[in-house]
Structure formats: structure tokens, C-alpha cells
Write a protein that binds this ligand. Structure first.
Ligand SMILES: Cc1cc2nc3c(=O)[nH]c(=O)nc-3n(C[C@H](O)[C@H](O)[C@H](O)COP(=O)(O)O)c2cc1C
Length: 386
């Protein structure tokens, strides 16, 4: 089983994670992860914080001479901005300067409910962890998972499908869509729609407003048989949906045809089964199921679409109430993202990669990469002969 815990305040010294269950012998270098960290920081519509940070991962343990050794892997990302917050965020005992205490909860954030729940009179204690700054360390964990999946022929890619109501034209080849998206500042596979998305973000910024959208994550070449129908919490479809919904600001997930399937006749939805006698395999001509039947991978690409709400913090004011004075005020900011759908796609890849790696380790076990490969190859031969 693969598992991790993460910690770290947005303006603390570090973001940290401990990842356990990665087999020994997996080649792993910071470069492999830093690429994704850089991709998460990009995208048209981001605010000032991303210009301050330049995320780089450091392995604190579990990696030796560029290879995992089977021990828990410690991952660290230093927050550069911490230098400016050393006093406010100090670990040592001492008073918080009264002017730095946050008493004004922002609508659409964990601020008010988090303060009530944990008994905080300084909302900073809530927002520092509820913030999507956390997604940097989750991208790092996902980077390790992607490295493992690569040895079993799988890739996890993403691209923007929609921003603020502007939809990209569909591109049937996910790798082509991904490559086109990587060249776009909004990660749109359709350049024409991409230009309109940029325009829409500009309009939102002008109005002091924000935007959300939809991104798609695809896992190519999964083996048949990951996940299970045998118990509710082993369904891979459910685990992927939970992973996607665990990202800040995500409000909906679709698998394959998704909500559209609810509007169609069954005859238009279910992917018929054929047998290819030359290749000796069961094949489908459609992938409306998005690669999952009964919570199990069916060998088709896994397709997940995730909906993100507009960024909560607005330049134009929203009504709120001070927790100390109980007086109303207008919540507004000077520095925030306008739209982070492009970055959210990269985070989506990471959380999906983690779930896929976990399911792969469950099925093929193994304490070392070599052992996992032996198990995987034997299983693939069995599937061919089935
Ligand atoms: C990559 C990424 C960046 C984000 N940046 C911001 C931001 O700059 N300002 C903001 O108000 N919300 C931002 N969010 C969303 C909030 O973190 C999120 O809406 C908030 O924590 C409340 O959580 P909930 O929407 O899941 O209820 C971002 C989300 C993601 C995925």
C-alpha cells in the first residue's frame, strides 16, 4: 500500500510529505519532480505569490544515489516567502502583533468554519493550511508516483477543457491534446478557444472578478484489473473521484461520458466488447466508460473531468463579518489568482497518479521494482492467454 501525509503552512518554512510504500530500486531525482512543480506555477491568470516562489523538491530521506531504497521518502519544498513571514509564523513562543491577527473571514474559504471548528481567534491558523499552496507538495508526491507508473507503460496527462464558459474543441488523442496544451498559457489544446479563454480572464480581472473551469486528466495504457468491485472503498472510480475532490476548489467529477450518460439511452452509452484474434485481446470501439467498469480498469484510457469553482478571493468586495467586532465589512484583496484552472490540471495529474500507483502496488505488490515487474509481466502474459 502506498500512503502519504503532508504538512506545512503556506508561509511557514517548508511544505513536507512522508511517502511510504514506494518499492526499492526506482530511479528518482529532483529534476523529475521539479518539472511538474514549475508547470503548477504557470498559467495565465495567476497572481503575485507565484512570482515569489520557485518550487524545488528536496529528498530528506528514502533515496540513495538516485534510487529509492524502500524506506519512507521524505519530501521538502522550502517556501521562499517565509523570509517575509518569519516573525508572524515563528515556531517559538511569543505574542502575535495585534495588527497581524486576521479576524475577517473571506467568503468561499475555510476561514470562518475553520476558526469556529478549531477555536482560533486568529484566522491565519486556518488559512495557512487550507490554502492551495499545499498543492505544491502534492504535485511532488504525484511526481514520484508518475515515475513508478512510467516503468509500467503508463502516462498521466491533463489539459484544460473549459474556462469561464469557453470550451475547447475536443481532440481525441490525449497525448496530442496534452502536447498542444503544454504550448498554451491556459493549457488549452485548442488555440482558438485558448485565446478566448485568455480574453475571458482579462475581462474577469478588469471587473475585479475571478473564473473557474474544467480540466481533463487521462491515464494512458493502464493494465486491466486495477481496483475492485468487491468492496465499496476498493472501487478505483470512487478513489479517483475522491482524489480529485480533495483538491481545493473542485466541485464536481465526471468519469468518461459522465453526466452526459445520464441524458442518453443505454444503447448509446455502453462500450461493446469485441475480440481481436490477431492481437489476441478483447477490444472496444468506444470509451464512454472512461476506462472503468465495476470500479476496475478495463484497459482503455482512464478519463476524468474535474470542475473547479471560480477563485474565492476577489478584488471587488464581498460581504463578510469581523469575528471580534461582529461588524460587517467588504472582503477584498490586493494579490490573488484570477483563474488557476491551468495549474489545477497539473495538480489533478498528481493526485490521479498517486491513486494509480497505489492501485498498481496493491495488485502487483513487490518490495522492489524488479519484483513488481516480474509480477506485472506474468500477469500480462496471463491476460493475453485468457
Ligand atoms: C492551484 C490552485 C490555486 C489556488 N489559488 C487561489 C488563490 O490565489 N486565491 C483563492 O482565493 N483561492 C485559490 N484557490 C482555491 C482555494 O484554495 C479554495 O477555494 C479554498 O481553499 C476553499 O476550499 P473549497 O473551495 O474546496 O471549499 C486555488 C486552488 C488551486 C487548486
Amino acid at each position: 500500500m502506498l500512503r502519504y501525509l503532508n504538512g506545512g503552512e503556506s508561509h511557514g518554512k517548508y511544505l513536507v510529505a512522508v511517502l511510504e510504500g514506494v518499492p526499492a530500486g526506482l530511479p528518482l531525482t529532483p529534476d523529475m519532480i521539479n518539472q511538474d512543480l514549475a508547470r503548477r506555477q504557470k498559467g495565465y491568470g495567476r497572481g503575485g505569490r507565484m512570482r515569489v516562489e520557485e518550487d524545488q523538491v528536496e529528498f530528506a530521506c528514502g533515496v540513495r544515489k538516485g534510487l529509492t531504497i524502500g524506506n519512507p521518502i521524505g519530501l521538502l519544498i522550502a517556501n521562499k516567502d517565509w523570509e517575509n513571514w518569519k516573525d508572524v509564523m515563528a515556531v517559538e513562543p511569543g505574542p502575535i502583533p495585534p495588527e497581524k491577527v486576521v479576524t475577517r473571514p473571506r467568503p468561499g474559504h475555510a476561514d470562518l468554519v475553520g476558526a469556529i471548528k478549531y477555536g482560533h481567534r486568529d484566522i491565519r491558523n486556518v488559512l495557512e493550511k487550507a490554502s492551495a499552496r499545499e498543492t505544491a507538495i502534492r504535485v511532488a508526491v504525484g511526481g514520484v508516483a508518475k515515475a513508478l507508473l512510467g516503468h509500467f507503460g503508463m502516462r498521466v496527462v491533463s489539459y484544460t477543457v473549459e474556462i469561464g464558459g469557453i470550451a475547447a474543441k475536443r481532440c481525441d488523442d490525449p497525448i496530442e491534446a496534452y502536447e498542444r496544451a503544454e504550448a498554451s498559457e491556459v493549457r488549452s489544446p485548442d488555440p482558438e478557444a485558448g485565446a478566448k479563454m485568455v480574453e475571458q480572464i482579462r475581462t474577469a480581472k478588469h471587473r475585479g472578478d475571478t473564473l473557474g473551469g474544467v480540466f481533463e486528466v487521462v491515464v494512458t495504457n493502464p493494465p486491466i484489473g486495477l481496483g475492485s468491485y468487491a468492496q465499496w472503498d476498493r472501487r478505483l472510480s470512487a478513489r479517483l473521484a475522491m482524489a480529485a475532490m480533495s483538491i481545493q476548489a473542485m466541485k464536481g467529477v465526471e468519469i468518461g461520458m459522465g453526466f452526459e450518460a445520464a441524458r442518453r439511452f443505454g444503447s448509446e452509452v455502453h462500450d461493446e466488447i469485441y475480440y481481436d484474434h490477431t492481437g489476441r485481446e478483447f477490444v472496444r470501439k468506444t470509451n464512454n466508460a472512461g476506462g472503468l467498469e465495476g470500479g476496475i480498469t478495463n484497459g482503455q484510457p482512464i478519463v476524468l473531468r474535474v470542475a473547479m469553482k471560480p477563485i474565492s478571493t476577489l478584488y471587488s468586495p464581498k460581504k463578510s463579518v469581523d469575528i471580534e467586532t461582529k461588524e460587517p465589512f467588504d472582503a477584498a484583496v490586493e494579490r490573488s489568482d484570477i483563474c488557476t484552472v491551468p495549474a489545477a490540471g497539473v495538480v489533478g495529474e498528481a493526485v490521479v497518479a498517486f491513486e494509480m500507483a497505489n492501485a498498481l502496488i496493491e495488485k502487483f505488490g513487490g518490495d522492489s521494482l524488479e519484483e513488481m515487474k516480474r509480477n506485472f509481466d506474468a500477469y500480462q502474459a496471463y491476460v493475453k492467454a485468457f
